[in-house]
Design a protein around this ligand. Structure first.
Ligand code: HEM
Length: 493
């Protein structure tokens, strides 16, 4: 209290109880709407909550998010200690959960080396192929569209990172990765494990009564370690034999060996960064594409407009990246899919490494900072995006071109030094999937047994990322010509 008196008051927020602080105020999902309500109640775009003595700063405006997470990124780029996930499940090597240290910096360099805005273009033909495979799966089994999206996202990452081609179903690599991602969801949800609040519990042995968390961690640890080591080991083995396919692991290991532009990273840094790709890139891409399908089904006029544009540019073939400049409306759809229902409405928690004073408010070292990307001042800002709850790609267009004066939905990828390093890859993967899907399929509301249209609820499930709740949807080829275009892609593989 003495320290606080000297440094200034905390940002406003609900008062809380002695000792427990705001523990009982912590909202269930969707937490972002509660944070917005509190912002109005306390007339402040930054709020402070105290949970058992830990400071949580909620940021409800773009200005404050940029000021803290970007302009003061030297202070706000750490991640919180996550004893269950990082120590007991041993997931602390993952770039997304790593503390703000040299190894994290090296991991970011690896990402920059392989997934920077220009380098990422070398994976374009692979992404086109993956999208074509997705179209064929849709043709075969249209109702399972979310499963196909999931397969496409996992397939692309495993091919790009390790050159490994995963199977349609029951693939052991995908199975391992999904279990490891499951650990993130299960261990990071608020109140899931006491050891997150009382880190000293992590020293309790597995046999101790009540130490179920240790046994849970042991199971996850196996998957987390396999995700990190197994595919990387396969690439190394292929390289030893001289038959490794082109992939990020091979390029990085070769550049490490030759000592060219590799920077300071080590083989372990490469392994950790590549192992971070599946957890970071799979669910997120699926979520954005799920929002795209939902948005189009609820707003059929968007599909008509997109198909008119595609038919003008490539009437008798599938779109490719070479058409991107001529298909700005597809870019507008991708941007709107990222903005409308953000994949991560609350950004991944940042953590501060030094005391700070912002607008006269004291923010102590070790505060957790949660940027509410969903909020009315960021991705749902009425000024920047009128009628923000409507899926309306036209907001990004003017006179048939992308309107550069409209704010980019960059906040969907986070802030500051922790901003998503897979964003260029993600954007391209989403772009080609959207373009190909709209080129050959009509998406519309499914009908019930009386022939009545079923309107999707538009509700979302919240896990690691937010997904549309399962909804029925009618997906069929636009014509026999379009069906033939899809079937013809089978030859290319
Ligand atoms: C639509 C797709 C995606 C969205 C919306 C998305 C969004 C995000 C967000 C919001 C963050 C947190 C940023 C912050 O802390 O401020 C993040 C971090 C991260 N993302 Fe993505 N992401 C996507 C795709 C990808 C892909 C394809 C990859 C990898 C191939 C990836 C890898 C990562 C990693 C490794 C981090 C952690 C960065 C760090 O902590 O330094 N993401 N992403």
């Amino acid at each position: 209290r003495r320290e606080q008196k000297r440094k200034g008051s905390h940002p406003p927020g609900p008062p809380g109880l002695p000792l427990l602080g705001n523990l009982l105020d912590m909202p269930d999902n969707p937490s972002w709407t509660t944070y917005i309500r509190w912002s109005e109640e306390y007339d402040s775009d930054i709020l402070r909550l105290n949970v058992l003595g830990s400071n949580i700063i909620i940021v409800n405006s773009l200005e404050a998010a940029n000021d803290l997470l970007d302009k003061r990124s030297a202070i706000y780029s750490d991640r919180p200690e996550m004893p269950m996930l990082n120590d007991l499940c041993e997931f602390g090597w993952n770039v997304a959960f790593r503390r703000y240290d040299d190894s994290w910096r090296n991991g970011r360099r690896v990402f920059q080396h392989e997934l920077g805005p220009q380098v990422v273009k070398r994976f374009r033909s692979l992404e086109e192929q993956a999208s074509h495979q997705f179209l064929r799966s849709l043709l075969r089994e249209p109702t399972a569209f979310m499963n196909h999206l999931r397969h496409m996202a996992g397939y692309e990452i495993m091919r790009i990172a390790y050159g490994i081609e995963v199977a349609d179903r029951d693939d052991p690599y995908v199975d391992t990765a999904e279990h490891a991602v499951g650990a993130v969801v299960a261990t990071c949800s608020p109140g899931s494990y006491l050891v997150n609040i009382m880190p000293f519990l992590k020293h309790i042995p597995e046999w101790f009564p009540g130490a179920k968390f240790q046994r849970d961690a042991k199971v996850w640890r196996k998957y987390v370690t396999e995700l990190r080591d197994k595919p990387f080991g396969v690439v190394k083995e292929h390289m030893r034999r001289g038959d490794a396919p082109d992939c990020a692991a091979k390029f990085l290991l070769e550049s490490l060996e030759s000592g060219d532009d590799a920077g300071d990273y080590t083989e372990n840094d490469i392994k950790f960064a590549l192992g971070s790709m599946y957890a970071g890139g799979s669910d997120t891409t699926v979520s954005a594409l799920g929002s795209f399908i939902l948005g189009v089904v609820l707003n059929p006029e968007i599909q008509t407009q997109a198909q008119e544009a595609i038919d003008r540019v490539c009437p008798d073939r599938l779109p490719t990246f070479a058409d991107q400049d001529d298909l700005p409306y597809i870019d507008a759809i991708v941007k709107e899919s990222l903005r409308w229902n953000p994949v991560l409405p609350i950004d991944v928690a940042h953590c501060s490494i030094a005391d700070d004073v912002y607008r006269g408010y004291y923010i102590p070292k070790g505060s957790l900072v949660l940027a509410n990307s969903w909020c009315a001042a960021i991705l749902h800002d009425e000024q920047a995006y009128p009628d923000p709850l409507r899926f309306n790609p036209d907001r990004f267009m003017k006179d048939g071109k992308l309107d550069p004066s409209v704010r980019e939905p960059d906040a969907a990828f986070g802030f500051g030094r922790r901003v998503c390093p897979g964003r260029y890859l993600a954007y391209e993967a989403i772009w080609i999937a959207v373009a190909c899907m709209l080129a050959v399929f009509n998406l519309s509301k499914a009908k019930d047994e009386h022939g009545m249209e079923i309107t999707p609820s538009g509700e979302y499930n919240v896990g690691f990322a937010c997904y549309p709740k399962p909804f029925p949807c009618d997906i069929r080829p636009r014509s026999s010509l379009h069906e033939a275009l899809i079937r013809a892609t089978a030859d290319e593989s």
